[in-house]
Write a protein of this length. Structure first.
Length: 416
């Protein structure tokens, strides 16, 4: 029997919760059987940032990145290891290099999805660059902001083309608010987007490789209550559509760790935000769904490594556009055809077979860990690092309640 060792690199910012959980589960998992009787073992290391020679060979075979959105040095390192060394990255650093929403809006409109009408307006203030000031003075055409807003119709949203975490997002109901928000936008480049008003439900789906968890999101709640534990908040057809849209965005851009926000109004599904290269994986916000997220991350990384899945840098957009342009095909026909392409990209069938045959014991391992003292310690330390002292008891109790609810449900599922 041949033995293969794989080293996984974690490129991290400030997070401790999911990396600790990931390291712990990987350690408990032990060797995994691969095709042809091979035996695979896994190590995991946190990557340090240091000078690198462009011809150096990296030690990692797969990297989970949570940093490159903010820091250019690791971002450029990721591009180097993707192009030169075939390192497996969950998100393509080329299509996610700026994490801007703009390209994602364009792609999904091109594929015929119901993205609300969106206009990109020029900077309110030109960026601080001597030449740009000259260009702007000479070539920026004056435009009528009110007329654009009127055409889109109120209410609308003004939001940065490359936003995240609600930075710079405002809801606009009249010309006064429009001008105030635009004047305040300064050097941020802004989209105006028609609001999906009076929506019935906000679905946030987190995709990790071939798996997607659709969660009911409550944006008006404080962070720890935003994800509601609710297993049947969408009609089956809307549920399928939401999953397909998230997977479509990901397969199109070669993203495998991303969250997608859709608003469901009167049975129609409107995607509004689906370029989140560093999606929320926090224990304090995901709570009940946190063990699933860790499992899915472990499963997908191991699947990629053991089966020798190749990272794909080419987009082959024509295959998607051919579906979009099919004469006579309805929206439903197109979604079904996209779903086939996304299944092929994520190797869905092979993935699920692999999980069943080689990772069947992972569920018990994770349940055992979540029900034990190691997880509780992580929970307590996470709360202590996130909340002020006077709130510790409240949030520890809150998270213990939700994660033991998960452990109960999971226990019943495994026994049934
Ligand atoms: N077109 C829209 N219709 C309704 N609500 C919207 C729309 N665009 C944004 N929002 C609201 O604003 C929030 C933040 O906008 P979003 O595009 O998700 O940016 P961010 O990347 O900062 O999360 C959304 O979660 C939603 O509540
Ligand atoms: Mg968002």
């Amino acid at each position: 029997m041949t033995d293969t060792r794989h080293l996984i690199g974690l490129l991290l910012g400030t997070e401790q919760d999911w990396p600790r959980a990931f390291e712990e589960i990987l350690g408990r998992l032990g060797p995994v059987a691969g095709p042809g009787g091979t035996r695979h073992t896994f190590d995991c290391e946190r990557i340090t940032i240091e000078p690198f020679d462009l011809r150096d060979r990296p030690r990692y075979e797969l990297v989970i990145d949570r940093l490159a959105y903010w820091y250019y040095h690791p971002r450029e390192w990721l591009k180097k290891v993707a192009l030169m060394d075939g390192v497996y990255l969950l998100n393509s650093p080329f299509t996610f290099q700026s994490m801007e929403k703009h390209a994602a809006y364009c792609a999904m409109m091109r594929l015929g999805l119901k993205v609300p009408d969106t206009v990109l307006v020029p900077y309110k203030n030109p960026v601080d660059n001597a030449r740009y000031a000259y260009t702007a003075a000479r070539y920026n055409k004056s435009f009528d902001l009110d007329a654009i807003a009127e055409r889109i119709g109120y209410p609308l949203f003004m939001k940065p083309y490359d936003g995240g975490a609600w930075r710079g997002v405002s809801r606009i109901s009249n010309p006064g608010e429009l001008h105030a928000a635009y004047n305040a936008s300064g050097e941020m480049l802004m989209h105006l987007q028609k609001a999906v008003d009076h929506y019935d439900v906000f679905a946030r789906s987190l995709s990790i490789g071939a798996e997607t968890m659709v969660m009911r999101f409550q944006p008006d709640q404080p962070m720890h209550q935003r994800y509601a534990v609710d297993h049947s908040f969408l009609a089956p057809s809307a549920g399928t559509e939401v999953v397909t849209i998230g997977r479509l965005v990901n397969a199109f851009f070669r993203w495998e760790l991303n969250s997608c926000e859709t608003l469901v109004a009167g049975g129609e599904v409107y995607p509004i935000d689906y370029a989140n290269a560093c999606p929320d994986l926090a224990l304090t916000s995901l709570h009940y769904y946190f063990p699933w997220a860790i499992k899915a991350l472990v499963r997908w990384c191991i699947f990629a490594l053991v089966t020798g899945r190749r990272p794909r840098l080419d987009l082959e957009t024509d295959r998607f556009f051919a579906i979009a342009d099919q004469p006579g095909a309805s929206y439903g026909d197109k979604l079904a055809a996209y779903a086939e392409l996304t299944d092929a990209y994520f190797e869905s069938e092979r993935y699920h077979d692999f999980c069943a045959s080689s990772l069947g014991h992972l569920d018990e391992i994770v349940l055992d860990w979540v029900a034990g003292p190691g997880f509780d310690q992580l929970l307590v330390e996470t709360v202590q690092s996130v909340y002020p002292a006077h709130e510790h008891d409240q949030f520890i109790a809150h998270l213990r309640g939700l994660t033991s609810l998960w452990a109960g449900d999971e226990g019943s599922r495994l026994r049934s």
